[in-house]
Design a protein around this ligand. Sequence first.
Ligand code: CA
Ligand code: CA
Ligand code: CA
Ligand code: CA
Length: 295
Amino acid sequence: MTFDYRYSMLLACALLSTGGCIEDTPGSEGTTTTTEGTDTGSGSEGDSSDGGPSCGDGFRSAGEECDGNDFGMATCTSLGAGTGSLVCTAQCTIDATSCTECGNGTIEGSESCDLFDLDGQTCESLGMGSGRLACQSCLFDTSGCMPVCGDGVVQDGETCDGDDLDGETCQSLFGQEGTLGCSDTCVYDDSGCHVCGDRQIDPGEDCDTLPMDGKGLWTTCEELFGRNFSGQVICGDDCTIDTSMCFECGNGVIEGLEDCDGARLGGTTCEDLGELPGTLGCTEQCTFDPSGCGT
Ligand SMILES: [Ca+2]
Ligand SMILES: [Ca+2]
Ligand SMILES: [Ca+2]
Ligand SMILES: [Ca+2]
């Protein structure tokens, strides 16, 4: 009789050909599966302590909410527990405590906030000025934060704040030289920016090409250094003073428009000047002094 039953089961399995026969036959010794079809023991009862005979085999079967990763059709969402991943306990029951739900007032998983739980953050702590921080879809909503000019951080509505120039410079904004600043109202202060060559002496410039002479001559060396200097101060290409064309009378070197300098007469004599022979002198202004000629 037993043989006949087994034979019929084998035949049924072969006909169904669905990868295994489920043991649900009272009195059958074997838990007949495709891999352990010859196992005649009843040891499957020892596979799990509390979850029933087949808890732990990875296949959810009757009486098990889950087994391993097999949750059937159950998900956090289907259980009304939000989103996330279910956990299967050793007893083959579903643990939904790892599910997260935006809107339950508790910050979980990747939520930044949930309802009124802002995780202790404020507009200020987020560097967003002052005002009222809110939570929207479990992400911070900073639309109620107001910029504070003077906190040193550029926020919406500010072009700069203190030393925070938002990465801009005179060069990047205006193609100019100089130092960009920030006003008390958090807008750029370009008074420190300048262009050399615009004929205006701007902050950071010693001079700039002035329109009067059209030659870039700025002032006389005499004005700058004193009456024993001759020549012209030139404004350099970088709007700094260029004194290379200033000449000092009294330094013993005949330069520029100087006729002579001290005892240096450049080989010139009274006769060269159409005077009678004598001793040619040099004035304090480095011009020839013929008063000693003809004496
Ligand atoms: Ca939550
Ligand atoms: Ca600010
Ligand atoms: Ca200028
Ligand atoms: Ca000289």
